[in-house]
Ligand binder design. Structure first.
Ligand code: CA
Length: 231
């Protein structure tokens, strides 16, 4: 899963990015509000934004306000200073999903991210269950047809993206956006390779190809199914 980290403090930013990478997230890091806005305008693949409020060029609250005014629904987790109660309240009222007070522990940040993502996907329960799949995002484990299956970090992210909205077909480009960050080399067939490897581990039918559209888990919704056959 791909996150946007907006933080001007180099020490905090580097620590957070390293910690989240270890948890399997892809992290793009910008250091001011204008760069954050540009990233959010051009990239569709972010699962969540981690937003510091005190930022150069455009502060976090102004960024959040303009984001929500433009109907951008990406989940936002605000990071604030201990004494900034009013900013936290204002952030929540402007459309932030949760906040965390500095200094914080990385495992608390990771748990809050999972909680926000869960709510955003409309789930209350910690496991992602659909059909024969069961995903445990905190342990990054996959179970299929009752057995544990060992997958790579990107394979896990790919499954997570498809299981987030079962029945919704995601194109190769949409999957690439969710799996890779800035500056990462992506082979032109990277997504196909991940899908191929997952089918090898899970069985051919686990992930369906919707010809001309992309990939889906479960029954493709009608809009994507017309005129397309699956394999
Ligand atoms: Ca700051």
């Amino acid at each position: 899963m791909r996150l946007l980290l907006v933080e001007d403090d180099v020490m905090i930013g580097a620590g957070v990015r390293a910690g989240l990478r270890q948890d399997g997230y892809v992290v793009d890091w910008v250091h001011d509000g204008v760069a954050a806005e540009a990233a959010l305008d051009t990239e569709q693949g972010y699962a969540l934004v981690l937003l510091d409020l005190g930022l150069p060029r455009k502060d976090g609250l102004a960024l959040l306000e303009s984001l929500r005014r433009r109907r951008n629904r990406v989940p936002v987790l605000v990071i604030t200073a201990r004494d900034a109660v009013n900013d936290r309240v204002r952030g929540l009222d402007l459309g932030a999903d949760d906040y965390l007070v500095k200094p914080f522990e990385l495992h608390e940040l990771a748990a809050r991210i999972r909680a926000v993502l869960r709510r955003h996907a409309g789930r209350a329960e910690p496991l992602v269950e659909f059909g024969e799949f069961r995903l445990d995002p905190s342990a990054r484990k996959v179970f299929y047809q009752g057995r544990a299956v060992s997958v790579s970090g990107r394979e896990f992210s790919l499954l997570q993206a498809l299981l987030d909205r079962p029945g919704q077909t995601l194109s190769r480009a949409q999957l690439e956006e969710r799996l890779y960050g800035w500056g990462e080399e992506i082979a032109s067939n990277a997504v196909e390779v991940h899908v191929h490897n997952l089918r090898r581990k899970l069985g051919e039918r686990a992930i369906r190809t919707v010809r001309g559209f992309g990939y889906v888990i479960g029954e493709a919704e009608a809009a994507c199914r017309s005129g397309a056959s699956s394999s």
